[in-house]
Design a protein around this ligand. Sequence first.
Ligand code: PEP
Ligand code: MN
Length: 360
Amino acid sequence: MEEKLIHKIQRSDRPFLIAGPCSAESAEQMQNVARDIAENTHAQVLRAGIWKPRTRPDSFEGVGQIGLPWLVEAAKRNGLLSTTEMANAKHVEKILEAGVDIAWIGARTTVNPFAVQEIADALKGSGIPVMVKNPINPDLNLWIGAFERLEKAGLTDLAGIHRGFSVYNNPRYRNQPNWEIPIALKEERPDIPIICDPSHISGKRENLLPIAQKAMDLNFEGLIIETHPNPEKAWSDARQQVTPIALREMLSQLTLRRELISEDAQNKMLLMRDKISGLDDKIFELLTARMLISEEIGVFKRDNDITILQQEHWKKMIASRLHKATDLNLSEAFVREFMDALHQESIRHQTKVMNPNLGE
Ligand code: PEP
Ligand code: MN
């Protein structure tokens, strides 16, 4: 029996690597890029979009099913597995017929339980490994729900792809990573490996490395990176694709750290963590003491008919803290957020003593 994808991922040198163009454009393009990927990187899987979900009509929507044999053959000839996106039952039928090794559900499809169910039903009995991209909106349950629909249809060889979440006009990311969501997926489903997609998170080839590095530091199992023989001329996602040589260069700059560490290192970390934990305890004790004083002030304000919010006083408090931020080796943004949170909590305590019968 064919080895499961999840086992291949677990056995692989880190990161398990998927590379290939955003879209298949021609048999020649697929062959060239597959050859260069196989020669220059340790990738095990060749990707290419055949049907492209485009945000606006009249852009390139993929070559369609004639591209399937280009992908499958280019992968086979170069010792790689093939993978592409499916978005409906028709795509599933064509993918299975063509002998694609792994199929993925795209971000715009994961959001729609009807579409995911249609795909799961069409895949029944095929046993094909499936990768599920996170939905475009930051909703962990939709992502988990897609895995569950596939599992109920008997598909158990599953992996997740973290490709970030839609944002409006964010100059930094095409899709914001919201790392807490794939981390929460790992907590809930530690059996599902996660492959990070820095191409669709960053949207720009020059920003791939820090995202890939972060994914490795979070112990994600793999990376999927859009790789094109001539990125500037790509028919889709030209800004984010890299040549196989540039991919090799980027991978060589990754620092791969281990999760499992020696007993000695673990003991040293334990000591440092204990210190941090002790300090955090003190911070919280101080916060409790501080809020008691806030309540005392609340009683005083109540007895003297003074409003809770003293705007001028608060402005001065913030300004003096921000002024000291650099000396304290803290960022201004952190000091601002911390002071705001402190103020909110303090107002809550004062409100409680001033208007005990009104609730919060
Ligand atoms: C893709 O991988 O080319 C793609 C369309 O991705 P996503 O579903 O993440 O937008
Ligand atoms: Mn793409």
